[in-house]
Design a protein around this ligand. Structure first.
Ligand code: NDP
Length: 471
């Protein structure tokens, strides 16, 4: 059992003022994996002071120095990928397939910021005026548990590229993953105070960060409810906020698509990251005239989904991160049944033989109406809703009939047709014919899926203040 009883402040692992201890419980078998000591407001105060002091120097660092730092971190992380993958599987319950990909993606955030910096103009002209893009200040990074280290790498890399310093509060449920990543960063030789970590509760440590007058910006990933709270709290000190929030992403299968391929892909896609993914395509929109065929294909695909020990190579869906998250998903399955949707696969309860962990059956509802709660609310588990549409215009209308707008997916035999449909969907990212990832493309949501963008040039600009110098 591992005990994490220190925070990372001013370049050192230090004893925290906070004394509350939180148990780290395996989502796979409920064994106690470790304990983490939670920080408090005093710890945030120390971390912010260190980041503020470091900012005085780091804001003036050259682009070449920042690129070197990003290279160093990238190299340090790349040497420890297998360990990072193992601890993510163990603590979070992500599948081996997903965690391997996720830790690999962490490198792409350093690579993409290095590439972005090589072409980025920190000084521009507007009219007759010189415009300097200057680092915004100390950034508070608040992250969830569903790809914890990836979020930290992406946000920290962007902060470094901008010349900002950081105070991070990851989910306390990710403490083992955070500890390993922080040790890796420490060994890579970060300037003191550039990156500080305080584990702790959202309403204590998170709140202290969002209210602190010396923090200029918050970069948050998590639920829309918490995102709204953070935005409200941050307004008192007029903090800049980047919010990457929830989603209920539509996956439109157009009538000319290859259904034999597209439907199984849609089912497995909905279960990406155990269904605990903000970009998961959880609303499958299919032609009403072909619903029966879709149901058969989807049911057959669900029967192929392996729910089980996340460490096994062949597992497609591991456990939910916590018992709380398990209960939340169960309650949504019950809601779907009571709303009158047809249960095509899965259902309530745990799969046979997996009673000791937070496992949910790979579940599909069909004949779902878009006004049902299971079609409108983020479930964050392996639950797919199949929604029939009448024609292309109807499909687009249903896709857009949501408070969210993070991601969407369109599949068609005719790529140009898919692109035309994609252009009419209100979402920050629309993937045509498959699931794609580009760490240089802006990432973020329309509507209640967020504010601002991450990644590449668009992400970097969110950490910079334009200053006009009129000569
Ligand atoms: P939250 O959005 O509550 O948590 C995300 C992060 O915010 C955590 O580090 C959390 O800390 C922190 N936080 C919570 N309250 C505050 C606060 N008042 N001030 C500052 N920070 C705060 O997600 P949950 O873990 O509660 O998950 C609930 C649901 O949210 C999921 O079922 C899913 O629908 C959605 N979600 C979406 C994610 C996404 O990627 N868009 C990621 C995770 C969840 P702490 O852990 O201590 O509460």
């Amino acid at each position: 059992m591992k005990s994490i009883d220190k925070g990372y402040i001013n370049g050192a692992f230090v004893t925290l003022h906070g004394t509350q201890v939180f148990d780290l419980v395996s989502p796979t078998d409920h064994q106690l994996l470790g304990q983490v000591t939670l920080g408090d407001e005093t710890d945030v105060e120390r971390a912010v002071a260190a980041a503020k002091e470091a900012f005085k120097t780091f804001r003036h660092s050259s682009v070449a120095e920042r690129i070197q730092l990003l290279h160093n971190l990238r190299e340090a992380v790349s040497k420890r990928l297998p360990e990072l993958t193992e601890v993510m599987i163990q603590e979070y319950g992500g599948t081996r397939q997903f965690c391997t990909m996720s830790t690999q993606y962490s490198l792409s955030y350093f690579d993409s910021l290095i590439e972005t910096l090589q072409n980025f103009e920190f000084e521009r002209k507007a009219g007759h005026t010189m415009v300097q893009l200057t680092a915004v200040g100390v950034v508070g990074i608040i992250t969830p548990w569903n790809a914890s280290n990836g979020f930290i790498c992406s946000k920290l890399a962007t902060a470094i590229a901008a010349g900002c310093t950081v105070v991070a509060k990851p989910s306390e449920m990710s403490a083992l993953q955070t500890q390993l990543l922080t040790e890796i960063f420490h060994e890579a030789g970060l300037p003191k105070g550039l990156f500080n970590v305080v584990n702790g509760l959202g309403n204590v440590v998170g709140n202290a960060i969002t209210t602190h007058p010396d923090i200029a910006k918050i970069s948050f990933t998590g639920s829309t409810v918490t995102g709204k709270h953070i935005a409200r709290t941050a307004v008192d000190t007029i903090k800049r906020v980047t919010l990457e929030l929830g989603g209920k992403s539509p996956n439109i299968i157009l009538d000319d698509a290859d259904f034999e391929k597209a439907i199984p892909q849609a089912v497995f896609g909905a279960y990406m990251n155990n269904g605990q993914a903000c970009i998961a395509p959880t609303r499958l929109l299919v032609p009403a005239s072909r619903l029966e065929e879709v149901n058969q294909l989807a049911k057959a695909a669900a029967a192929q989904v392996v729910v089980g020990n996340p460490s096994d190579e062949n597992t497609n869906v591991g456990p939910m991160v916590s018992e709380k998250q398990y209960e939340r998903v169960q309650s949504y399955i019950n809601i779907g049944i009571h709303e009158g949707a047809t249960l095509l696969a899965g259902g309530t309860g745990k799969p046979a033989g997996l009673e000791n962990g937070n496992f949910v059956k790979a579940t599909i509802f069909t004949n779902v109406r878009n006004d049902m709660r299971i079609a409108q609310e983020e479930i964050f588990g392996p639950v797919l809703s199949i929604i029939p549409y009448e024609n292309e215009a109807d499909a687009i209308a249903i896709a857009n009939d949501t408070t969210y707008g993070l991601a969407a997916y369109v599949t068609s035999a005719d790529e140009q047709r898919a692109i035309r449909v994609a252009a009419q969907i209100d979402a920050g990212r629309v993937c045509v014919n498959g699931f794609k990832h580009d760490p240089l493309a802006p990432f973020g949501g329309f509507k209640q899926s967020g504010i601002g963008r991450e990644f590449g040039t668009f992400g970097l600009e969110e950490y910079l203040e334009p200053k006009s110098i009129l000569i």
